[in-house]
Design a protein around this ligand. Structure first.
Ligand code: G3I
Length: 491
């Protein structure tokens, strides 16, 4: 019988337990203290520790390859197994990037978590125009072909990704929902189960790490799928903000395992307002340790995957302006305090010397700003911090990036006046300008009055933080591209 890498690891862990019992506490201590890499620590407790890999870096950077091989026992393709890459035009599959990642994983005895089969984003244009039987057939063809291709190589799949809306506890408005109706999620899982009954099937989403309306809806869907034996696990992306590991994350994961499901932290990163100081890096270390401890403490948590290797490899600064440093390694591959803490959270032996003063020149390292007279007041210049200020909690502006005779490209900027979990912008064109295509927003875009909301991944902002979106317009030949006033409303 062929054993997958994970099954081999579980057996090794089992052998170690028996041996430890027989030989006594000395060997136990020896085993426990020996793990100085993430994968060593994760192997010892029978868990995955994964990283999202960038195909280009894997091809071109030997230090990247060496670090990925040494530190992780599981890989997720950051972009290479998404539909726009695997099936850019209908019926034409391109597995070259995904295959390179699978080959690397095999060479290094790593498992692969597949990401992702059915997603509204990074889906090619051709499928977004389909509906009804044509869309269902295309879904079936994609799932069958991809799962067949990676049979035996991919241990688990994110069958559906980000299917729940951010704000109203309903299904996300997407071409999948509009084209197939609410049953599309069950259909996707039925197809995946039939395509390969041996792999673990997950649903995966962000902002479901704590108990909230979105994770409640996810729970309801997972419960329904579990009752039909169509799902094996739920993936919690955990794109977190510094200091905001949800206090009920452990309880949240446990309510899913109580359904008989696995849980997995699938895309962990913890972003910091830049520049990051020593206190913030220490807070980040504490946050990483906590997430590792949560997974290590739940028997049915299959593992934790970090969404990228080095800070400079992360998607975060592209989407959250002014934020970054969310990962475990610096750009020169040196380890951050978060690395040691995360390793310790997995039961390993970090080189972290412990709670030493991160900055001996700072008289009070617990005070983020010694010049601030009242550290409990988020903004001492604001007489009423509960008032979100003008613009209903956020403000937004438009600017013309590049005009041409009959059109123009615009960039919009949304700035949060409070911590918010979503935003809506609206404006009215003064003349016959109309949006022809847009990115990083969705809504009613093509009329005289535009009402658009965040695209999900760029919806959560902390106070003062900005994010951008963009669009092209058509306009009368030669007319000046106007700049309407935008109203922004936070959720
Ligand atoms: O491939 C093109 C390249 O040809 C072009 O020159 C370049 C110009 O910007 O863009 C390249 O595509 C980029 C793509 O990553 C591949 O690198 C896109 O612009 C960029 O938007 C895309 O971002 C990815 C994002 O998903 C898209 O949704 C991030 O790398 C990836 O980390 C991120 O991952 C998602 C998970 O899949 C789902 N959960 C949220 C997570 C973070 O957004």
């Amino acid at each position: 019988m062929l054993l997958t890498r994970k099954r081999r690891r579980a057996l090794i862990a089992g052998v170690a337990t028996v041996a430890t019992a027989a030989l006594g506490i000395a060997l136990s201590t020896q085993l426990a203290s020996a793990q100085t890499t993430l994968r060593g620590a994760a192997d010892a407790i029978g868990k995955d520790v994964g990283v999202a890999v960038n195909y280009n870096l894997l091809q071109n950077d030997a230090t990247y390859r060496n670090t990925v091989a040494t530190e992780f026992n599981s890989l997720t393709a950051e972009n290479s197994m998404k539909m726009e890459v695997l099936q850019p035009s209908q019926g034409n599959f391109n597995f070259s990037q995904g295959d390179a990642i699978v080959d690397f994983a095999k060479q290094n005895n790593q498992s692969v978590h597949g990401h992702t089969l059915v997603w509204h984003s990074q889906a090619p244009g051709w499928i977004q125009g389909l509906s009804g039987t044509a869309l269902e057939n295309a879904m079936a063809d994609h799932i069958n072909t991809v799962m067949d291709h990676y049979r035996g190589d991919v241990e688990s799949w994110d069958v559906v990704n980000e299917v729940v809306s951010d704000n109203n506890g309903q299904l996300r408005d997407s071409f999948w929902l509009n084209g197939l109706g609410e049953g599309y999620i069950t259909t996707a899982f039925e197809l995946a189960r039939a395509a390969d009954p041996t792999v673990d099937l997950y649903m995966n989403d962000y902002s479901i790490d704590g108990i909230n309306a979105k994770s409640d809806k996810t729970y309801e869907i997972a419960q329904g799928l579990a009752a039909q034996n169509l799902i094996d696990g739920v993936g919690f992306q955990a794109h977190l903000i510094l200091g905001q590991v949800p206090s009920n994350m452990e309880a949240n994961l446990q309510r899913f395992t109580a359904l008989g499901l696995k849980v997995r932290v699938t895309e962990l990163d913890i972003r910091i307002q830049m520049p990051a100081d020593a206190n913030e890096l220490q807070q980040q270390a504490n946050d990483y340790r906590r997430v590792a401890e949560i997974c290590a403490g739940i028997a049915d948590c299959s593992g934790v995957t970090i969404w990228g290797l080095r800070d400079g490899d992360s998607w975060v600064p592209d989407v959250f302006q002014g934020e970054g440093a969310p990962l475990l390694f610096n750009d020169d591959y040196s380890k951050k305090p978060a690395y040691d803490a995360f390793l310790e959270g997995l039961g390993g032996d970090g080189s972290d010397p412990g709670p030493t003063d991160p900055d001996p020149t700072d008289p009070d390292p617990t005070d983020p700003d010694p010049t601030d007279p009242d550290p409990t007041d988020p903004d001492p210049t604001d007489p009423d911090p509960t008032d979100p200020g003008p613009g209903n909690g956020c403000t937004a502006t438009l600017s013309v990036q590049s005009p041409w005779n009959t059109g123009a490209t615009y960039e919009g900027t949304v700035t949060a006046g409070q911590n918010l979990t979503g935003w809506t912008v609206t404006w009215t064109w003064p003349g016959s300008e109309r949006i022809s295509n847009a990115w990083s927003i969705s809504g009613t875009l093509d009329g005289a009055t535009v009402t658009a909301s965040d695209a999900g991944y760029n919806g959560t902002l902390s106070s003062g933080q900005s994010t951008t979106f963009g669009f092209n317009i058509t306009k009368p030949d030669g007319a000046t591209a106007s700049v309407p006033t935008v109203t922004c409303t936070a959720r």
